[in-house]
Design a protein around this ligand. Structure first.
Ligand SMILES: Cc1cc2nc3c(=O)[nH]c(=O)nc-3n(C[C@H](O)[C@H](O)[C@H](O)COP(=O)(O)OP(=O)(O)OC[C@H]3O[C@@H](n4cnc5c(N)ncnc54)[C@H](O)[C@@H]3O)c2cc1C
Length: 350
């Protein structure tokens, strides 16, 4: 199946980097398409819809959910084509030098340039290696937290000791009746401030312990007790709980880069003098967000936005070598003249 319409830029991934790339490509008057494997835009931020995000410039604390809403609204400013449930499996080039994006659905997408905004790849939570665990996933075994309300006045055990586990322990502590954190090592691996908040709270940390068994309530597919084993002493304890949260990291599927006909290398693997970190080894193919790595790169939303601008500006120059190397401030952009006028009128008349 072919989708012959040729786009100036096709962005793979609809997370923060992809969404801001879509907006910025529109600002630079390019014809834009976004391909996203999930059935919704927002990327990894869907892992933490109720978490408050504090570290995005000019945004006072904002929930993940609200941020997705705002990023999406901004991305849609210039009416890009958005294709959801579309997994890109490989990238090739045809004789005319156009990119062809091959997908699991069989549809091929054509583009003059491509921006890889795939984050760490397709994310799937690392699941518990305990037999029967899967059957509790609809009840009270959680790999992501979709609603804080669910944990109100509950006894919760969180398994994990990284950023996500520590973040959730802190978020749930004022809501839940009791939070236990079980971790197989003896020190947590998260931001100092988050760790000290946790260690000075009512969260009970059980170090050197691992979740070894899930015990169901009689005749119900709901976990009622968990068995924790101390990996130093071999001692076993049972905890009566209402909810189990497992944050053992993610398995990242990154086959796209390996399985493409093109030999795609990110800037950190192939950097040549004079090139930019948004460039890859393939001319016309750029990268933004968590997929890229360079000295000083921040794997955070603010970093993804800056990468997006760089990648879009490169893509624009690839198509139109005489165009400006960088964009101009948005208020000077002709595209916004009418919109600005309307906004100013609204402010003046309100
Ligand atoms: C628990 C947690 C808390 C966090 N808290 C903060 C915070 O407070 N502040 C902050 O700044 N950052 C935070 N981050 C980090 C932030 O979420 C990431 O830096 C950001 O999401 C990176 O954006 P991205 O667009 O590069 O990648 P992603 O958000 O991972 O988006 C990539 C998108 O590409 C899609 N995709 C991947 N492969 C394909 C394919 N082959 N075909 C089609 N689509 C594909 C994915 O489905 C996904 O939607 C947190 C992360 C986690 C896990």
């Amino acid at each position: 199946m072919e989708n012959n319409e040729l786009y100036d830029v096709t962005i793979i991934g609809g997370g923060p980097a992809g969404l801001f790339s879509a907006f910025y490509s529109g600002l630079r008057e390019m014809k834009v398409k976004v391909l996203e494997v999930q059935n919704r835009l927002g990327g990894k931020v869907h892992v933490y819809p109720e978490k408050m995000i504090w570290d995005i410039g000019a945004l006072t604390p904002i929930s993940g959910e609200k941020l997705i809403e705002q990023m999406t609204a901004q991305a849609l400013t210039f009416d890009p084509t958005i294709v959801l449930n579309e997994k890109v499996t490989s990238i090739s080039k045809n004789e005319e030098g156009q990119f062809i994006l091959h997908t699991e659905s069989g549809v091929e997408h054509y583009s003059k340039t491509v921006i890889l905004a795939i984050g760490g790849g397709i994310l799937n939570p690392q699941r518990l290696e305990i037999e029967i665990a899967e059957k509790f996933e609809v009840a009270n075994l959680n790999y992501t937290i979709k609603s804080l309300k669910r944990f109100k006045d509950k006894v919760v055990v969180i398994s994990g000791g990284g950023h996500t586990a520590v973040d959730w322990a802190n978020e749930l502590e004022p809501i839940a009746k009791k939070v236990y954190l079980t971790y197989r090592k003896d020190a947590l691996n998260a931001h100092e401030a988050q760790v000290s908040q946790l260690m000075n709270s009512s969260v009970e940390c059980l170090f050197h312990t691992e979740l070894t068994r899930l015990i169901a309530a009689p005749n119900r597919e709901v976990i009622q007790q968990v068995e924790l084993k101390n990996n130093m002493t071999g001692e076993v304890q049972l905890l009566q709980i209402d909810e189990v949260v497992v944050n053992h990291g993610y398995i990242r599927e990154k086959k796209l880069l390996e399985e493409s006909d093109l030999d795609i290398k990110m800037a950190n693997e192939y950097f040549v003098e004079g090139s930019a970190y948004s460039e890859t080894s393939v001319p016309g193919l750029y990268a933004a967000g968590d997929i890229v790595s360079y000295p000083g790169k921040v794997h955070l939303i603010a970093g993804a936005f800056q990468d997006a601008v760089n990648a879009v500006n490169k893509a624009k120059r690839f198509i139109e070598p005489d165009s400006r190397e960088t964009g101009i401030v948005s208020s000077h952009n002709d595209i916004f003249k009418n919109r600005n006028r309307k906004l100013v009128e609204q402010i003046v008349t309100s």
